[in-house]
Each structure stands twice: as structure tokens, then as C-alpha cells.
Design a protein around this ligand. Sequence first.
Ligand SMILES: *Cc1c(COP(=O)(O)O)cnc(C)c1O
Length: 391
Amino acid sequence: MLSNKNGRFGQFGGRFVPETLMSLLEDLEKVYFSLKKDKKFHAELDFYLKEFAGRPTNLYHAKRLSAYYKTLKIYLKREDLLHTGAHKINNTLGQILVAKRMGKARIIAETGAGQHGVATAAVAALFGLKCEVYMGEEDMKRQALNVYRMQLFGAKVIPVTSGSKTLKDAMNEAIRDWVTNVHNTFYLIGSVAGPHPYPTMVRDFQSVIGQEARAQFLKKEKSLPDYVLACVGGGSNAMGIFHAFYNDKKVKFIGVEAAGHGLNTQQHSASLHKGHLGVLHGSKSQVLQTSNGQIKLAYSIAAGLDYPGVGPEHSFYKESGRAQYVAVTDKEAVSALKLLSKVEGIIPAMESAHALSYLEKLAKKVKDKASVIVCLSGRGDKDMETIKNFI
Ligand SMILES: *Cc1c(COP(=O)(O)O)cnc(C)c1O
């Protein structure tokens, strides 16, 4: 589903921002949609995706995992093999080239776990642009290694001490900075969230995942997969792999949210299960909020999933029934991480392990045999402490 002119996906999406940002977003929209048709822009992006990030990534037939589940033929889309360790680099490369075309000298971003901050700092270093990343003070403590990585790339990490000192507060600070410095600053958003045109632009940059996967699967299997599975935080890796299959109506999409300690506790980040219609980060979608509209703290063992909202296009996919959304707990995700490591020799990111974990239920649900592509959004190196300490 392409967003319509106002960046709406059904009733979701749009542009809910301070007046001062309106003309800038209109500019960005104009520039982006013209670059979308610009062959030179795509040639440059393709060059960096290949030479810097390591695309295309493999579509790997996980034979032993398939044998374990018996009823599933499982393929893994190996975004974990990309530079900086996850799919996020697809988007940061795309956006930094847009920023360059707009003549912006300074890049800002917010980051929770630090993964998006690292992918942003890396591309800012690549192009010699100034980069400042807002990060909650609490998150800086929890993710000290990523802070150090960003600093090595020459970025400045700005601690955010307001509110809960986590991602949602960092988001507020980044928007505040942007309002003040729009003339020279480009705000590089890390998922299919934010005001129009970000959800569409980020989806487009991530859709390389699905385009490759679809062609690779067709080549190997001479057919299309029955299922495509991905984890959903803000929703960019999921939208990136789903989008290319949108018109293949027989391909079923399953998005996996983080149920944390359980959907019936307060500690999860399942916005599509437990959220309500609201505005977060400049767009309308399902948001975890109190009855007064205060944003709740999201929780997941996978730091990249603990975002209290979800991209508007996912809310639309859910409402229209194009995708099904499920949720798995910390515990289930940890088991899935251990299983993949043991039977395939691949340690997935905790986030990606959520998608893998749902295979267990899917294997029991399918009649006969089914084929499935799982988006392995990132590698697990960053999660070793977390897994070691998990009881
Ligand atoms: C950030 C991250 C995610 C979650 O972000 P989406 O926008 O939902 O894709 C998932 N997997 C990994 C490895 C990440 O770093």
C-alpha cells in the first residue's frame, strides 16, 4: 500500500508536528519523491549498499532448523551479515544521501539501544558530516559499548536526562533540536515512524530486503513462500521484507511483537496488541498509553523492540487484515536464540529471535508442509551479556 498524498495509510500516519516543521517536511517530501525517480541517486545508493554495507545478503536455507520443526521449509534473510550488524544501515545510507542532496551539514538522530545511533554515526563518518545522537542517560548506561562505537565514529552522544531517560525522551529532545536548527540539520529517523514522509521513505529504503528475498526465493524454489515472518519494533525490517510481497496475496505476513514478561503485565512493547489510537513522534498509529494519553514505558529484553509505538503502515496492515500480528515473550525469544545458535551456527539478535520463536507455533498450525522466509534482522553479538544474565 502506497501512502496517499498526505502520507496516510487508511486512518493512520499523517503529519502531527509543530508549525515550524511543516515547510521543512514539505521540502523533504518534494526532494525525496523527486530522488525516488532519479537514476543517479539510485545508482549512488546501490553502490554504497553493495560496497559499504555488503548487499545483497544471502537467502539461506536453514536445513537443520527446518528438520527440527518438520513441517516448515525455512529460509533466513541474512540481514545479520550487513556492516554494523543489522538492517538499519539500509535506511541510514538512504537518508544520508537525501541529506547530502538537501545540502544539510549536520545530522541528528535519537537512539534507544544504540543500534540506530551506530548505523547513523557510521554513515556520517563515511560522508564526513557532523553527527549528534540523543540518547537517554539510562540507555547510555545500559548500552555503553554502543556509546563508545558512536564516539569512535566521531559522533557526539548527547545524554537525555528528562522523563524516564530512555528512547521516548530522546525522541522529544531530537525533535526540539530539529525545530531550532532546521536550516542546517537533517533528522535521520530510524524506523518506519515519524511524520510523513518518513514512514514511506524508510519503508522504501528497507524494501531492498524484500525485493532481494522475493527474487532469491523465486530462483531457488520456482514459487513464492507461504509465509514471511519478521519482528516488529517500530516495524522497519518487517515492512522492508513485507512490502515487495504486498500484491502476492497468497503470501501471508506475520509480524512478531515483544510480549516481554507477558501481554497481561505492564512490561511488554506490543503496541499492536495493547495500544490505542494516538499520536507519537508526529504520526497517528497504535500507541502504548495510559487512559490520560501519557506514553507508557515499553519493555522488552530486546532493546531494539522496546518502542511504545509502531509504524502507521503496520496499524493499517493489521486493520485491513493484510498481516497478522502475534507476540512472544522474553523467555520464548531466548530459547529461539539458543536453538538457532545450536542447530545452524548463527547467533541471531534478540530482536530477530522473536520472529524465529514464532516458528514453533507456526509449525504446529500449518497443514501439511509450508515454506517460510524469516527476516534475520541482525546478529546477536551485542546481546551476549543479556543472554548470559538471563534467568
Ligand atoms: C532496531 C532493530 C529492530 C527493530 O526495529 P524495526 O524498525 O522494527 O525493524 C529489529 N532487529 C534489530 C536487529 C534491530 O537492531
